[in-house]
Design a protein around this ligand. Structure first.
Ligand SMILES: [Zn+2]
Length: 286
């Protein structure tokens, strides 16, 4: 992709099936195999991405963070790590501070709620314990990645409003129902979230919400355009969600191209630079 300058990818994963036990990916999936830092290097080395943020796959796993911090020494393009800690845990601050000391690349936290049923996920997001955990993150100048789906967007907004001093980012545009061709009620909920100034949005994960095998790049246009229009070019950022995108037959280059092609006619060069680099650096302080 020419003319983008050096880019930051805010959303990559690695996994090692022997080292850790993952609830996801499952053995029926094409991506149920190891993806190591060498594979990621090969994916990005001919493209514009020079720095990546690693995002946790495992909840309650400081071991995963330590493993990736070790890899980052050998592969310095791994600039930041999002750790899988539980902000609602009583030991959260203690664990966070200890892990940050050991792993200086730690820039934020994510806690996956995909295995919670909707009422439980809502209860979690609005609980005093979780909100207290967000205050701890703000105190240490660290971020929180929100992995959402439309039914729990409003609960996440309650938490974001309760702690205006914490920087939070909505992963994968909160997973709109692209496969079903639905834009409501996601559309209004995302707009409500965008009114909250401490919330940002990752333009990531789209191919995995689309129709398997039969998706087209044009499927994503209304969702990306809406996210950029409500958050504005200062609070959106590119993420590949590699290697998850491989499950849909899209490699890293293809995902980057799809987003750049959608945004190029809409944004100035300076705004493109913000989306593909500057906003991520400002948000994660890398
Ligand atoms: Zn992901």
């Amino acid at each position: 992709m020419e003319g983008l300058g050096d880019c930051v990818d805010t959303h990559c994963h690695l996994w090692n099936l022997k080292r850790f036990k993952y609830d996801w990916p499952t053995p029926d999936m094409a991506i149920y195999k190891d993806f190591n830092a060498e594979d990621l290097k090969r994916q990005i080395e001919k493209g514009p991405v020079k720095e990546v943020i690693y995002v946790q796959c495992l909840n309650n796993s400081p071991e995963e963070t330590r493993w990736v911090a070790g890899l980052a020494k050998e592969f310095p393009f791994i600039k930041g790590i999002i750790a899988g800690l539980d902000p609602s845990s009583r030991k959260f601050e203690e664990e966070l501070v200890a892990l940050k000391k050991e792993c200086p690349q730690l820039v934020g936290v994510r806690f996956i709620l995909e295995f919670y049923v909707i009422p439980e996920a809502k209860k979690y997001l609005t609980s005093p314990e979780f909100i207290q955990g967000l205050r701890v993150l703000a105190k240490h100048d660290l971020t929180f990645d929100l992995l959402l789906r439309p039914p729990i967007m409003e609960a996440a907004l309650v938490a974001a409003k309760a702690v205006p001093e914490v920087r939070m980012v909505v992963d994968h545009l909160a997973k709109p129902m692209i496969k079903e061709g639905l834009i409501d009620p996601w559309k209004n909920r995302l707009e409500a979230m965008a009114r909250c100034p401490n919330l940002y949005c990752k333009l990531s994960g789209l191919v995995n919400e689309a129709e398997r095998k039969f998706w087209r790049a044009s499927d994503f246009i209304p969702y990306v355009e809406h996210a950029v229009s409500v958050f504005g070019p200062d609070r959106v950022m590119f993420g590949s969600d590699w290697p998850v995108c491989e499950e849909q037959g899209a490699d890293h280059k293809r995902v980057l191209e799809i987003l750049a092609t959608i945004l190029r006619p809409k944004l100035s060069d300076e705004e493109m630079h913000k989306v593909f680099s500057a906003n991520a650096k400002k948000f994660y302080k890398i």
